[in-house]
Design a protein around this ligand. Structure first.
Ligand code: HEC
Ligand code: HEC
Length: 381
């Protein structure tokens, strides 16, 4: 058990003791505490202080300090620009941080670029963030990505000031500090862009009254047996952030898939459980996919119709896409035809038969397996 968990356990016991009213509950709690006597210890004030770093929208928790735009620029170039770009404009590791806000937005507190119909290619941090505390807090706790919590409060002020300068919220000669941060909050472009009407925050425990916009419950009876996955990462985007197989942690069971190859090829070559599981839509055991047997067209025809494959594919004739007979012929000698075909049907594709693309097809794992096997076995009528 990690130290962190042990300390949390002991905090929990204290919390229980404090709230339980009846003698019975106290006896129980005492018994529990006795049982846990040797587990954990009370967190030290220094430990609590190290965790208690959040800065709230009303700036409660904000440390004193200051940093200028110019200091921020130096810091940014040294510690942030490699990932976020010199002007916080890069989309290399994340969506851009600055950009997309105007002087008018600073005045109105609503970002025009977020309005319906706005011709804005990318939503940046400065377009979306409505509380300056969030920006400060996030940099303070999480950045730079490779060395979080290494910045001093003054450096966090400087970085925040520089980002705001890049977004034309602050002038070049500005020094941001705990004394003037509220005034700067009043210049944040999207400061009026946040609503709490849907009650995600504050929750009921803090006196919120509206109902959350999403209601959920665990399904216990008559639950859907099949999960239909409606969107997949297209092949061309798989490797956008380099090869995940080389980036994943060297410990634990989950290794990233080889993103240098299309999903189907990566699976066929490695044959790994991860790759196979990746190919099967979520929640469906791979075995169930593989076991489903295909027979003649009589059994697949309803599936081809139901999934509107027949709108683009004829049995023997080319329509929008190639005929099923031609597809079957093309791959009849390919050992991994079932894998390949199910990968292609799922992900869609372009360029094998011509310029017209096939959009990704959302069908169940069982249907996918059945159709692919039928095709791989010659697309018999
Ligand atoms: C090694 C790459 C790297 C470096 C260096 C880096 N960042 Fe980041 N930054 C990231 C990644 C990745 C994210 C997205 C993290 C996530 O959402 O999980 C991010 C997110 C952010 C965000 C939040 C954007 C949002 O809208 O949620 C801010 C602000 C930010 N970084 C500021 C900084 C500052 C300031 C520095 C320098 C002190 C810095 N970053 C250095 C990689 C980096
Ligand atoms: C909107 C039209 C359209 C629909 C609907 C459609 N396809 Fe396709 N399909 C195409 C086109 C176009 C191609 C050729 C793509 C290419 O050239 O790479 C194609 C190619 C294929 C291929 C061959 C892939 C390859 O790499 O050779 C298979 C298999 C296939 N489709 C099966 C299906 C199945 C099964 C369905 C129904 C679940 C379906 N298609 C629905 C248009 C469609």
């Amino acid at each position: 058990m990690s130290r962190f968990k042990r300390v949390r356990c002991s905090l929990l016991v204290l919390a229980c003791l404090g709230t339980m009213g009846t003698a019975f509950a106290q006896t129980q709690a005492a018994a529990r505490q006795a049982a846990l006597a040797n587990i954990g210890r009370t967190a030290t004030p220094a430990e609590v202080k190290a965790w208690d770093i959040d800065v709230r929208p009303d700036f409660k928790g904000l440390p004193k300090g200051q940093g200028s735009v110019r200091q921020g620029e130096v810091l940014w170039e040294a510690q942030c620009a490699s990932c976020h770009g010199s002007f916080a404009e890069s989309s290399e590791v994340f969506t851009p941080i600055a950009g997309g806000t105007t002087a008018q937005d600073v005045k109105s507190g609503r970002v025009d670029g977020l309005m319906p119909g706005a011709n804005q290619p990318n939503r940046t941090t400065l377009m979306k963030v409505s509380t300056l505390s969030t920006l400060w807090d996030y940099i303070n706790r999480a950045m730079p990505w490779t060395a979080p919590k290494t910045l001093t409060p003054d450096e966090v002020y400087a970085a925040t000031a520089y980002i705001l300068f890049l977004g034309n919220v602050l002038p070049e000669d500005f020094t941001l500090s705990d004394a003037n941060i509220r005034e700067v909050q009043d210049r944040l472009p999207n400061r009026k862009g946040m609503t709490t009407a849907h009650a995600m925050w504050p929750g009921k425990e803090l006196g919120g009254t509206a109902r959350p916009d999403v209601q959920g419950s665990n399904c216990m009876v008559n639950c859907k047996a099949e999960v239909v996955v409606k969107s997949f990462l297209p092949d061309y985007a798989r490797n956008a952030h380099g090869n995940l197989a080389e980036q994943s942690r060297g410990v634990g069971e989950s290794r990233g898939v080889d993103t240098t190859r299309p999903a189907s090829a990566a699976a066929a070559q490695s044959g790994s459980a991860v790759a196979q599981a990746e190919r099967a839509p979520a929640g469906i055991p791979v075995a169930a996919v593989v076991k489903t047997a295909a027979s003649g067209a009589a059994s697949v025809m309803p599936l081809l119709q139901k999934n509107t494959c027949v709108a683009c594919h004829g049995m023997d004739n080319k329509l929008v896409g190639p005929s099923f007979k031609d597809i079957a012929n093309k791959y009849k000698d390919r050992a991994d035809a079932v894998n390949y075909l199910s990968g292609k049907i799922k992900a869609g594709g372009q360029g094998v038969w011509g310029a017209i693309p096939m959009p990704p097809q959302a069908l169940s794992a069982a249907e996918l397996a059945q159709i692919s096997q039928w095709l791989a076995q010659g697309a018999a009528k």
